[in-house]
Design a binder for this molecule. Structure first.
Ligand SMILES: Nc1nc2c(ncn2[C@@H]2O[C@H](COP(=O)(O)OP(=O)(O)O)[C@@H](O)[C@H]2O)c(=O)[nH]1
Ligand SMILES: [Mg+2]
Length: 259
């Protein structure tokens, strides 16, 4: 086991909601990828009040391995707000955001690390990873959001970002956030490279048709609010509620206390 340095080279932020079947394998595969390249890393799992026992599973993983950090949220806040809470805790020089269900493959991360000069490198979604209807509707939405927010049309929530991008994201309005749009509006250069996305190995998507539509709308709304300056006024009126209830593990910045 590699001893972590003062700051890990990479923090991986993973939102968790009904993912108990894949958490252990996800961590194992991430560890293999980074150990092979002797990169120090931490994996920050953000438990968004997952009802399936994911939190207990994560707690025992954290007890076994100091590179596991568990952020527990007070209430279910949704994927994007959960990711931002994870980023808040991340100590890494660079941060990878990815799904917990193994549709995003840990083995693709080194490819994301290759391009230089970008604030964000997205895994451009490739493959038949979901039904035709879902693929088609999500492609249409992604093209629209891509135009509005200035991200590649194949961008999703598997992305590598720099520390500078982290700082920009955390300075942006976090009311009803949409991380892909926020990255596009950051002012830093972004790109995508084609990465095969897998089909889901266990369970089913947490996003119903309605939830997908609502999420898409939030993406568009956040972007418009940003572009028009409305969101900046909103944020001042509405200070962020504390969302984290506890942080377990995380040796990089002392005790792992909430910051
Ligand atoms: N924090 C949080 N994460 C969620 C929620 N719903 C889904 N996720 C996470 O978002 C990622 C993608 O979810 P998934 O259900 O696979 O959606 P799909 O791949 O877009 O069909 C997974 O890592 C989930 O754990 C939620 O309500 N809250
Ligand atoms: Mg999925």
């Amino acid at each position: 086991v590699l001893e972590p340095g003062p700051n890990p080279a990479i923090s991986v932020v993973v939102p968790v909601y009904r993912n108990i079947e894949t958490l252990q394998e996800l961590f194992r595969r991430l560890a293999r990828v980074f150990e092979r390249r002797t990169l120090s890393f931490q994996v920050i799992f953000v438990d968004d009040c997952s009802p399936d026992g994911s939190f207990d599973s994560l707690t025992s993983m954290a007890a076994d391995d100091p590179r596991v950090v568990v952020v527990r949220l007070r209430a279910n806040v949704g994927q994007h707000a959960a990711v931002l809470q994870g980023i808040l805790v991340a100590d890494g020089t660079r941060v990878v955001i990815m799904d917990a269900d193994l549709q995003d493959q840990p083995e693709s991360i080194p490819e994301l690390m290759a391009p230089t000069g970008y604030g964000a490198v997205f895994a451009g979604r490739r493959g038949r990873y979901e039904s035709r209807a879902r693929l088609l509707t999500s492609q249409l939405f992604k093209r629209l959001l891509g135009r509005l927010a200035g991200v590649p049309a194949d961008a999703g929530m598997f992305v590598l970002i720099t520390r500078e991008m982290v700082d920009r994201l955390l300075a942006m309005p976090r009311h009803n956030p949409y991380v892909v749009a926020m990255i596009g509006c950051s002012g830093l250069p972004v790109t995508s490279i084609p990465i095969e996305r897998d089909v889901r190995p266990h369970g089913r998507s947490a996003y119903s048709v309605r939830a997908r539509a609502r999420s898409a709308w939030r993406g568009v709304r956040w972007t418009i609010a940003w572009r028009t300056g409305i969101s900046r006024r909103m944020e001042r009126a509405d200070a962020m509620e504390p969302q984290v209830s506890s942080v377990i593990g995380g040796r990089f910045n002392g005790t792992g206390a909430t910051r």
